[in-house]
Design a protein around this ligand. Structure first.
Ligand code: SF4
Length: 375
């Protein structure tokens, strides 16, 4: 049976990177028309939409993206918040504040501290949380997750997780314990450059990470989020590979829901330079292109982006946003910024973000699986 590594092998990175310059404005216009006519776009259409040739069409793409999103999702915006359980990590990733070689204070929340965090988050109005950890099998493995979920499940109706890649049986166990969605980002699909950013630990195994979405699918998890870390390598090439993987996974796991995120590299403790900068205009182009390519995929935007940017793009295709985020363990009950993974850009509190969303005519949804329910 085919797996995604075989699909990836059919796409040469450098050939993909060179292909964007060959796209024409005619191809862009054709792809937009297909999307408007509710036709399914193929990867060549998507290639054209993220190419430089699409830049003069950005306003047109944004209009169509907005229309398609409203038709499929209504004028709603899901809000969620990350809950960092631990900043322990056994990997060295050159772009991350939790990297093992960084001399920061390390902590893993106890069950009592998790309960405190849950109450603090609940008081903010959230019903959907994203559990985040560093990747430390020894400290935060499946046994720890089982205990943490027993504490959190009574407080939240939707729990997502962004933790180290696990085995299929472990994902099955998480599903039984009420985990609705798993997020796992490949960071970059450039196999050789991946090794340059992931110097030590299990994360340095490119293929194990690449196969993770399929283990999640095999385990029967309801929703999967994928993406890459924009800024590591050429953003167009990495975004194109995300689209290839999405296309592949949707065919293989047709019952699953999918979401995409597009995190841009942020400053952090010991972090490396942004190798391939992506402008806000580029990011708008990418958001609209993903929507035109796939009308039902969920698109998520985090507090990594500025308040002004988030306010301006929320109606262009985005379906969920984090708000009031803290990127350090224990950050809601007791703020200690020295423990954070990266600094966020949109520092507004949750109430301010919810108010902004409502002012744009959108309904805030606090619970993932029950759209239309207002707080
Ligand atoms: S990106 Fe993840 S695995 Fe890498 S150092 Fe940070 S927390 Fe650890």
């Amino acid at each position: 049976m085919t797996d995604f590594s075989q699909v990836l092998a059919q796409h040469d990175w450098y050939e993909v990177a060179a292909s964007f310059e060959r796209c024409s404005e005619e191809q862009v216009a054709e792809a937009i028309t297909k999307a408007q006519q509710q036709q399914r776009l193929n990867l060549d259409d998507f290639r054209a939409l993220i190419s430089p040739a699409a830049q003069p069409y950005l306003e047109h793409m944004a209009r169509v993206s907005k229309e398609l999103t409203e038709q499929r999702f209504g004028k709603t915006m899901q809000l969620f918040v990350p809950l960092y359980l631990s900043n322990m990590c056994s990997n060295i990733c050159t772009y991350c504040g939790f990297s093992m070689e960084n001399r920061i204070r390390r902590t893993t929340l106890t069950m009592a501290q998790i309960e405190q965090e849950a109450l603090a988050i609940k008081a903010l109005g959230f019903d959907h949380i994203l559990l985040v950890t560093g990747e430390s099998e020894r400290k935060v493995g499946i046994a720890y997750f089982e205990q943490a979920l027993a504490v959190l499940r009574p407080h939240f109706s939707h729990i997502s997780m962004e933790v180290q890649p696990l085995a299929t049986d472990e994902y099955r166990r998480l599903s039984q314990l009420g985990v609705e969605s798993i997020l796992v980002y490949q960071e970059t699909y450039h196999r050789e450059k991946y090794a340059k950013y992931h110097l030590k630990g299990k994360k340095s195994d490119f293929d194990y990470r690449l196969a993770t979405p399929e283990r999640v699918g095999d385990a029967g998890i309801n929703k999967l989020g994928i993406g890459c870390l924009l800024g590591l390598e050429d953003w167009r090439s990495d975004a194109f590979h995300v689209a290839i993987q999405l296309d592949y996974l949707e065919k293989k796991y047709w019952k699953m829901r999918f979401s995409l995120s597009f995190p841009r590299l942020r400053p952090c403790e010991g972090g490396s330079e942004v190798n391939s900068p992506m402008s806000e205009r580029d990011l708008v182009q990418l958001i609209c292109a993903y929507r035109l390519f796939n009308h039902h995929v969920e698109l998520s935007l985090s507090t990594r982006e500025s308040a002004m940017f988030r306010d301006n793009v929320l109606n262009l295709g985005i379906t969920s946003m984090s708000a009031g985020s803290k990127t350090q363990p224990g950050g809601y009950a007791n703020a200690d910024k020295s423990l954070e993974q990266f600094s966020i850009d949109d520092n507004r509190d949750v109430a301010s973000v919810a108010k902004m969303i409502a002012s744009k005519g959108y309904q805030v949804v606090w619970k993932d699986w029950q759209p239309g329910l207002n707080r």
